[in-house]
Design a protein around this ligand. Structure first.
Ligand code: TXA
Ligand code: MG
Length: 333
């Protein structure tokens, strides 16, 4: 139910995502409204990927520059050739190994992927997410005639991706309208955005590290992959996650030095909290670090903390994605 104050009527938050609620949400999308939904990585702000006006609203709600492309979400790899015109053998292997899951493939587009989705590029990003609510919504959307749901992370441009429905509401309620929805599927299991893999060349390269790690890709394909490509600014494909500053809370993030009284701290449990410092998260593994990172940023902002010290995790695997996001959140603008 939409709730309203004297002057504003807000979008609805659906906390009980029943089959009937998801049928309605799919219809809502096909009517051109926006539906924020949970995925295993972060919450997405969904629009019918074939509806130019709906997609334009996504850009307006996020405050995102129009030439930054959106990821199209589909329910199974079997839908991929609707959106992608050339699919190399290695991309098929990756899709088989990691979909549904936290991986986006960049591929040459078909005519279905219009300029308003790809930012005018000839490539399209496609992902099959692994969250029961996202998958059920996508299946229902396709059943009702939809082709794919375009969904960037459900935050204002340059800010921290939301990993809970209430974080989506905090970010976007001022910008969504009464016919839009937020589906609440609980906290996201992974907590950082999907691995983006450029599949437009002979060999894949990682544009944004995520929970599908370099080691996992190499094991699947039996080749070694270049990890340096995701840090280069000269990359031809445009990904806003490649900007040097992104994922930024209001507080300033420090990755070196030690916090003093009143500062916030994010670190593995083995790292003790100095006197007077506000512990924002105490993950016990790197996977848990990824899961709690963005909520810890939000907690700092809600407490009015102005300096966050994050102790970067070491090692490879998901630590690479965490360190990528930490470096961008700490980047001096
Ligand atoms: O985990 C995720 O990927 C989440 C969930 C909701 O699926 N989505 C997400 O979307 O993080 P977004 O728009 O916040 O970040 C996607 C990144 C952007 O940096 C965008 O520029 C890049 O993917 N991207 C999308 N399509 C692309 C394309 N055709 N070529 C190059 N980069 C692309
Ligand atoms: Mg984003």
């Amino acid at each position: 139910m939409a709730f309203s104050s004297a002057t504003i009527t807000y979008m609805s938050i659906i906390s009980n995502c029943t089959a009937a609620a998801l049928t309605d949400a799919a219809t809502t999308l096909l009517r051109g409204n926006l539906v924020a939904f949970p995925t295993e990585t972060v919450y997405g702000l969904g629009a019918d990927a074939s509806n130019k006006d709906a997609v334009a609203r996504v850009y307006a709600v996020k405050g995102r520059p129009a030439d930054h492309p959106l990821i199209v979400h589909i329910s199974t790899a079997a839908q991929l050739d609707k959106w992608a015109s050339e699919i190399p053998e290695y991309a098929i292997k990756l899709a088989r190994a990691f979909w549904p899951g936290p991986m986006t493939l960049i591929l040459p587009r078909t005519d279905l992927a219009k300029d308003f989705i790809t930012g005018g590029q000839n490539n399209v990003g496609v992902r099959v997410p692994e969250h029961s609510v996202a998958l059920a919504l996508l299946k229902e959307f396709e059943k009702q005639g939809g082709q794919g749901i375009a969904a960037p992370s459900a935050n204002r441009f340059g800010k921290v991706s939301p990993t809970t429905a209430s974080a989506v509401s905090d970010e976007l309620s001022d910008y969504l309208s009464k016919d839009d929805l937020i589906l609440d599927g609980g906290p996201c299991a992974v907590g950082v955005e999907s691995t983006i893999i450029d599949c437009t060349k002979d060999k894949p390269s990682i544009l944004r590290p995520g929970a599908v790690t370099k080691e996992m890709i190499e094991d699947t394909l039996g080749i070694s992959i270049d990890l340096s490509s995701f840090t280069t600014t000269s990359n031809q494909v445009k990904a806003s996650g490649l900007l040097e500053s992104h994922y930024a809370p209001k507080a300033k993030v420090f990755l070196t030095g030690l916090p003093t009284s009143g500062d916030g701290l994010i670190a593995l449990g083995s790292f003790a909290t100095p006197d007077g410092v506000v512990r924002l998260a105490t993950p016990s593994t790197n996977a848990e670090y990824a899961k709690v990172l963005y909520e810890a940023f939000r907690l700092a902002d809600s407490k009015g903390i102005t300096r966050i010290f994050a102790i970067p995790p070491t090692g490879d695997g998901i630590a690479v994605a965490i360190n990528d996001r930490l470096a961008k959140s700490a980047f001096e603008k």
